[in-house]
Unconditional design. Structure first.
Length: 389
């Protein structure tokens, strides 16, 4: 089988190498930023205190505010979503070589976090209707080496948390959710981060809520907070006392200040995203061969992504549409193609069953530009180009 070879130029070379401020280009996303003066006011005291990092005032304040917003009982702020996931997995001290049942239809971070902990990902198929792990296929993959289930609330679509919890309880497994996309999502009246043993969020610039780079782990066990504190700060517990082997994965004060500013506006940002999402739906509804990938209707949506599926009846395949959009300066993305299980660093090294649905989604999905500052005429342009096929 031919595997795609990654080259920088295949990705968003325009973003990496050319002028991103060129307003004719429409990228898949654009960060939400608070009013400039507000951020400047917020960081001014740092020039007086000189306390720029190491669990400073803003770090602690943001932890408290996020606990409330995300409706979780414990939360630890980290340098990014990936390190949140890597360290949460580490905090459970699973035996080396343990198997973790997960999804290949995700950003590569999810799989890296498992493998970098010397555990083995076991790839389970997803459901075609929303892209989340197929809970009915998990049990058949459990062996005596299985230690955890690591599902992803992909695009903020909520996994079948009750069924997954039931399977985990019956088999004495931990459940760690990759909720990188699910900031602010509520399910059955509860914050999504309150399900499972732990959940991680990403606050990367490209997310619904950002701290420039950043992330958090949410959970209910206070002991996990203490362990993560050690892991994210070299295990330091006193000037002359190192309690644990740790790394450096703390969120700094500039990032936390950005988070505090952005948090004030996140409800408005999500509302604006919804307006744009609704406009897309209206304009694209009824186009033959273009399908929407929706989440669970019992859950709230944060409108972080707008994935569509390009089916045969459309007349052009996904890659042709992707290219045609690019020719028109629209940089939609194939989130998530290739499957992580197909990446050269993982391919044929780990177990998987039939991942037919995941493969089919990966081959058909296209994530259209969606961000709060996206203009109506830009959405109309995207839809006009899609309609023209
Ligand atoms: N788990 C899952 C399921 C995830 O999706 C992610 C991250 C993680 C874990 C790990 O969380 P973090 O460690 O990242 O916190 C982007 C993001 O970098 C990544 O955070 C995200 N998922 C992933 C789905 O998308 P790329 O490589 O596609 O990003 P990039 O640099 O190509 O940016 C996409 C577009 O965004 C650009 O075309 C332009 C725009 N952009 C980007 C940046 C960085 C801006 O307008 N401004 C910016 O500063 O990964």
């Amino acid at each position: 089988m031919l595997l795609p070879i990654f080259r920088i130029s295949d990705k968003d070379s325009c973003m990496k190498e050319e002028n991103i401020t060129n307003s004719s280009r429409i990228f898949v996303t654009r960060p939400s930023l608070p009013p400039y003066e507000e951020y400047i006011e917020m960081i001014r005291p740092l020039w007086e205190s000189y306390l720029l990092t190491n669990m400073g005032k803003y770090h602690r304040e943001l932890e408290e505010k996020l606990k409330e917003y995300l409706q979780v009982s414990e939360l630890s702020l980290l340098v990014n979503g990936h390190m949140a996931l890597e360290l949460v997995i580490q905090a459970f001290d699973f035996p080396e070589g343990g198997e973790v049942i997960t999804t290949p239809f995700t950003f590569v971070s999810t799989t890296h976090a498992i493998v970098r902990n010397r555990l083995k990902p076991v790839f389970c198929d997803v459901k075609p209707e929303d892209g989340t792990i197929d809970e009915n296929k998990i049990e058949a993959m459990i062996t005596e080496d299985t230690v955890a289930i690591l599902p992803v609330h992909v695009y903020g679509h909520v996994c079948n948390v009750s069924q997954i919890q039931r399977i985990a309880n019956q088999n004495n497994l931990k459940v760690i959710y990759d909720a990188a996309h699910a900031f602010g999502v509520r399910y059955k009246g509860k914050g999504i981060g309150s399900y499972g043993d732990a959940s991680i969020f990403s606050f990367h610039a490209t997310k619904v809520f950002n701290t420039i780079e950043g992330g958090a782990a949410a959970f209910s066990d206070r002991k996990l907070y203490d362990r993560l504190y050690n892991l994210k700060n070299f295990g330091i517990r006193g000037e002359e006392f190192v309690a644990d082997v740790g790394t450096n994965a703390k969120m700094n004060e500039f990032a936390a200040a950005m988070g505090l500013c952005n948090l004030k506006y996140v409800t408005i940002a999500i509302r604006r995203r919804k307006e744009r999402y609704d406009l897309y739906r209206e304009k694209l509804e009824g186009i033959k061969g273009i399908l929407f990938l929706d989440g669970n209707t019992d859950a709230s949506n944060n409108y972080g992504y707008f994935p569509i599926l390009v089916e045969k009846e459309y007349g052009e395949d996904r890659d042709e549409l992707y290219n045609r959009l690019r020719e028109n300066n629209i940089y939609a993305r194939k989130y998530f193609y290739p499957l992580t299980s197909d990446q050269t660093c993982f391919h044929e090294k780990y177990k998987f069953t039939q991942i037919v649905n995941a493969r089919s989604l990966a081959n058909k999905v296209l994530t259209l530009p969606l961000f709060e500052g996206l203009e109506k005429k830009q959405i109309e342009k995207v839809c006009r180009i899609i309609k023209r096929a």
